[in-house]
Design a protein around this ligand. Structure first.
Ligand SMILES: [Fe+2]
Length: 224
């Protein structure tokens, strides 16, 4: 081919990675480890599809931050991270309501089925106890090449070549370390198939919505 060829990337998906100050992370980690030991049974969940994972406050009427005031400072850090993320990607919003937050304590061999969070605008995952050598990173499903399995997209499917690109990679994982917070738009499909090599992969997940939702014509404000 003699002509110059250029391929442009459009419609990128923004995934934020934020780092908490180290000393603050260690403080929050201690609180969370105590909560995992001391939380009452009514706040604990175990799901059939995740036999090696325990959750705290992963029920629709529970929010971790409502039960454990020792995490108020962490909540405030996370709210600032959400505002920073949405401003960075070009939107105006100065307050988020974290309407769901829960803990995930995953054992050896645990995986996480792919899913997305409805009734939420932004989601985030705080790596509380995480060893990248032995714990699995979260994968994001590339919805630009996932049309073999997703209803609603008519397409022609041809074989992938051996060359892995951002266009044909079905799963995308970002390097992350303990003390970091991943933020994404809640419709993004995420999970991981690689089993954890060891237990105690501890994360905090959350869902959040802007306090003021305004499209310039219709709006509403959420009172906490
Ligand atoms: Fe999730």
């Amino acid at each position: 081919m003699t002509q110059e060829v250029r391929v442009f990337n459009i419609n990128p998906e923004p995934i934020g990675i934020f780092s908490l100050p180290k000393e603050k992370h260690l403080e929050f980690k201690q609180y969370i480890q105590s909560i995992l030991i001391e939380a009452p049974d009514k706040l604990r969940q175990k799901f059939n599809k995740e036999p090696y994972t325990h959750h705290i406050c992963n029920a629709s009427n529970q929010n971790l931050f409502n039960y454990f005031p020792e995490l108020n400072e962490l909540k405030s850090y996370l709210q600032k991270i959400l505002v920073s993320y949405i401003n960075l990607i070009g939107y105006e919003c100065d307050q988020f309501i974290i309407h769901s937050a829960w803990l995930n304590d995953s054992g050896k061999d645990s995986t996480l089925g792919f899913h997305m969070h409805s009734n939420s605008f932004l989601s985030a995952n705080y790596y509380v106890n995480f060893d990248p050598e032995n714990h699995s990173l979260l994968d994001f499903r590339n919805d630009r090449c996932d049309r073999k399995m997703t209803a609603g997209h008519q397409t022609i499917v041809i074989p992938d070549s051996n060359k892995l690109t951002i266009y044909n990679s079905l799963l995308v994982k970002l390097p992350a370390n303990e003390g970091q917070v991943l933020v994404w738009r809640s419709h993004m499909n995420h999970g991981y198939n690689v089993p954890n090599k060891i237990g105690k992969r501890i994360t905090l997940s959350l869902n959040a919505i802007p306090k003021v939702v305004d499209n310039g014509r219709y709006s509403f404000t959420i009172q906490e």
